[in-house]
Design a binder for this molecule. Sequence first.
Ligand SMILES: [Ca+2]
Length: 334
Amino acid sequence: MKTATLKLMSLVMAAILLASVPAAIAQGNGIGYQYSSGMASLTTEKIGVRVSAYNQVPHFQWWNVTSPGNDYHVMFLKLFEANDTNGDGIFDPEVDRLVGVPFLLPSGNWNFSGFQTVEEDSVVTEVHFNFTTTETYTFTTPTTPTTVPSQTPSSFDVTIQIRVHINTANPEEMKFDLILSGWVWTYDDSILVFQFTITESEHGADQGVVEPSTFAQEGNRFQFGEAYMEFAQQAEAGTTAIPVNGTSGEGTGDEAGTSVYLAFGYFGNETLEYDPILGISSTSDDGTDDGSADGSDDGSDGSIGQILGDNQLLLFAGGIFVVVLVIAVLKVKR
Ligand SMILES: [Ca+2]
């Protein structure tokens, strides 16, 4: 082979290597996000999420970005103490009894704060923010028990913070931490129950209106349509791990949708920290676990726009340009 040809080939190889570097560093697309008062929307390459507390209780709405079907809605409505009458650590709406009226989560007074993003190579890879409220819970007993221990205060302030996290490392899901402080227990053998509702709507509707078309609990995961809500089986309260049990059923009131109940064991006057996950299930047909249909493990569907993302496509085009330039220069020299 002529020296000029070898030189040309090595230069071309170097240019190709150079061009492929950016694609290897930046994996997948970043997070798109928008924030206005009381509402944030976030999009990864797999999930779209809208988080709001404007004129409604904490409300998470999410959908499959790659092929939007229905939207799924989780609302955090109430929390209440209950006598675990059958002692299984689970809230059974038909057997266990509420202690006092439920604490209704406020529809106003949520304060959004701490909006943070993490970037890698100009791509947003993480978004975090909080919303917080403090409300006074007034203890009333329309239901059993009719006698309440005398040391139970008639009212107390409850603070709830919800910390939202979305990360391109897990583009199919959104994590949120629930931080609760100020709860005053009536009995130390009760459970504290968080009630959520799960509904479905057409894509883009503001509210979920109907029960999910399918609903099943598998271990610590509620699966509905192509979405899921996963709950950890432990929460933190100070240095103690508290058992968490989930179940689902009818609402305690006339709430729409399917109710999910997460029951926490007694944690005294500690601050409770808990982190459920909402997500879109992989609908992979090719045996890989990335949810893509092309058999590769890059999470893409095999089209060049999906593999590279917009920024990387530009860089890749730049790489091709370099190669063409090198060939042109060598041709002139010969
Ligand atoms: Ca029970």
